[in-house]
Design a protein around this ligand. Structure first.
Ligand code: SF4
Length: 106
């Protein structure tokens, strides 16, 4: 990735407001319509989001370890691929790993 494309830090619109989502695991019908509804069960929403958007060259190990036990890993990865999310760890994969996956897919 070119340096100019690189953005560090957590995007302002990334983090989920737990108040809007309600109790984890208990979904309201209207939340089901939300393409990001799966984030109600995401482990990263309960941990340090900084780990998921490391500085360039920073370690992604902690984030990936959290993803391993996340219940919505598949939805998370699908969402990231469908929306061409370029930054951060999604579904246990780094930006580079997702790029490779996209290439392989087509
Ligand atoms: S798979 Fe990882 S990045 Fe995705 S929601 Fe779960 S913990 Fe967060």
């Amino acid at each position: 990735m070119a340096m100019s494309e690189y953005r560090s830090g957590v995007p302002d619109d990334w983090f989920v407001d737990p108040v809007n989502l309600g109790v984890p695991g208990v979904r309201q019908p209207e939340v089901e319509e939300n393409p990001l509804a799966w984030q109600a069960d995401s482990l990263c929403a309960q941990t340090d989001p900084e780990a998921f958007f490391p500085e360039k060259g920073g370690s992604t190990r902690d984030a990936k370890r959290i993803c391993t036990s996340c219940e919505v890993k598949a939805q998370c990865l699908d969402y990231a691929l469908a929306n061409d999310e370029r930054f951060g760890i999604w579904g246990g994969l780094s930006e580079r790993e997702r790029r490779k996956l996209r290439k392989r897919a087509g």
